[in-house]
Design a protein around this ligand. Structure first.
Ligand code: FMN
Length: 196
């Protein structure tokens, strides 16, 4: 029997088949069922499809070009080629959902420890919503990819989105054209520490 936790994969090849709006809506509804710190529900979802998709891809490409000249992420230069590949995946995917943290701090704002911890709780809440969307997508037979390579175009995409909150991630969605093998996981005993 299909088990979304076991069988979900990051999908990087999508068919051109349209994803109906009501399916996208149902996935986002699953996202909003996630727990959130103090039930603040600090999320907002921007669904990009159709004609808006090219504008979004152009903003991403502008950022990738700017990143070569004037990097916001100088230490991540070795990941720029991977980000170009992610751009190509987003070009294939019929739908991309941008996920915002509506209570997020501005990227350039310095933060007190209290603000950092508050932010950490909000980002965890948004992450839980994203994971719900991925699992619901897998259950519905859709492929998904959780994307942070958009950070290479953080300002450009933020400027294009012009919506509330800070950008946390994007999710590419579509019907999968591949069924990859599971990626390796660290051995369980390496990641659990028992204290009794
Ligand atoms: C926060 C986060 C950001 C990610 N960003 C990207 C990305 O920008 N591009 C990409 O191809 N995959 C991205 N991934 C997918 C990971 O590479 C993938 O989850 C990991 O290799 C494990 O594979 P699996 O999802 O198939 O189990 C991201 C995953 C997470 C959780």
């Amino acid at each position: 029997m299909y088990n979304p936790i076991e069988d979900r994969r990051s999908i990087r090849s999508f068919s051109t088949r349209d994803v109906p709006d009501e399916v996208v809506r149902a996935l986002i509804a699953a996202g909003t069922k996630a727990p959130s710190s103090k039930n603040r529900q600090p999320w907002r979802f921007v669904v990009v499809k159709g004609a808006a998709k090219q504008q979004m891809l152009d903003a991403f490409a502008d950022g990738l070009r700017r990143e070569e000249r004037q990097p916001l992420l100088p230490g991540s230069k070795q990941h720029l080629a991977g980000a170009r590949y992610t751009h190509a995946i987003m070009k294939q995917a019929p739908v991309t959902v941008f996920v915002m943290n509506t209570l997020g701090c501005d990227l350039y704002q310095s933060r007190s420890p209290e603000e950092k911890l508050y932010d950490l709780a909000n980002v965890q809440s948004v992450g839980a919503a994203i994971q719900n969307i991925l699992l619901a997508a897998a259950e519905a037979g859709l492929g998904s990819l959780w994307i942070c390579d958009i950070f290479f175009a953080y300002e450009e995409l933020r400027g294009w989105l012009q919506t509330d909150g800070e950008l946390v991630a994007a999710i590419a969605l579509g019907y999968p054209l591949e069924s990859p093998n599971p990626r390796p996981r660290k051995p369980l005993d390496d990641v659990i520490e028992w204290r009794e």
